[in-house]
Ligand binder design. Sequence first.
Ligand code: GUN
Ligand code: ZN
Length: 429
Amino acid sequence: MSVSPDINSPLALKGRVLTFNSGPNDYDYWEKGCVVIENGVISAVGEVSSVTLPEDIQTIDHGDDLIVPGFIDGHVHYPQMGVIASYGAKLIDWLNTYTFPEEAKFDDQEYAAATADFYLQESLKCGFTTAAVFCTSHPQSVDAFFFTAEQYGLRMIAGKVLMDRHAPDNLKDTAQTGYDQSKALIEKWHNKGRSLYAITPRFAPTSTPEQLEAAGALYQESDDVYVQSHVSENVQEIDWVAELFPEARSYLDVYQRFNLLGPRTLYGHGIHFSDEDIRVAAETDTSIVHCPTSNLFLGSGLFEYEKLQKAGAKICLGTDVGGGTSLSPFATVKAAYEIAQFRDFSISPFEAFYLLTLGGAKALHLEDKIGRIAPGHEADLTVIDLSSTNLIRHRMKRAESLADMLFAQIILADDRAIRTVYVNGGEVG
Ligand code: GUN
Ligand code: ZN
């Protein structure tokens, strides 16, 4: 898999086009649409008849396929590709039995680079063009990831896991080494090309107060870096956090006490939040990443989508592989839909596609760059075959509205539906 070399020559893509402007109910859909790309950036979009094409422009006609902004995965662990589908454990046992032994292998940079490449290829095949990615506690696992992502021209957020207690010795850092290594990685990778750095304390139980304090200080002192972690995923984990941090009001409050909430902070899960936690998340502009396939697989709980959304919290979706069971955007939104059904709420098809695109971009504070098909936005695009299987073709004959067409894709489609992907204006093939 590689990116076509001629990304600087102008390109026009024709097909159906769907893009959101502000929220899930504010979108543009052109049945016969056209997207013009110049120098990796979208320069025009609209109904074919209304777009003036530069003379001799190379044109690719995607026919009845649907062109959408490249999908955004708000939470994933690339080193866990090998432990996806590991049997019979809930969070803490799953980490100790499967995940930590696998992550220990990432002190080998070649192993890390091969896994990063495999993850990126699989994720691209599923239509994701941006992700917020956990590496391991080894700095070389971060170098391997960003170096590989750069080869594909991808906009990626990633960081070194900080973990100085309650983990095997071969995965532990210290408050000081974790801080120093993260700082060096920020200098090396943050804003280099399309790469962005996230300070990554794994979760409160595996960091001492000293390490969380250092992570909070680094976030506060650095210009526009990210923070990513886990919060309130599993009830056993929550009890453990209450024992480790008895002074904190809640699990989320631990992070607030260490100055780790705010813009560009991304917290996976947030399942067992109190109303106060939800209010704090919304008020501090902290993004909550809903990881539905993981929550089902690890039996963690049923996310309260409607409550968080009504409170104005920024929500996006994460695959959370390898706790999550799929890199597919369709499997992920399908699981989100099913979980919401248990909470007597139906996530609309527009909301689902919004979460995967502009909603994800807003949660990542990147809405001025990605997540929309609009002039000035980076040209990351995913092209969907709306009839990718016999069953979908059969079902689509009955689809009478755009909403119904999208819903059929969410429930029935898989990676066979991803016709192709454009990254920074170049087709990945
Ligand atoms: N909490 C701490 N680490 C992890 C992880 O790797 N996966 C999930 N799902 N939860 C976590
Ligand atoms: Zn995770």
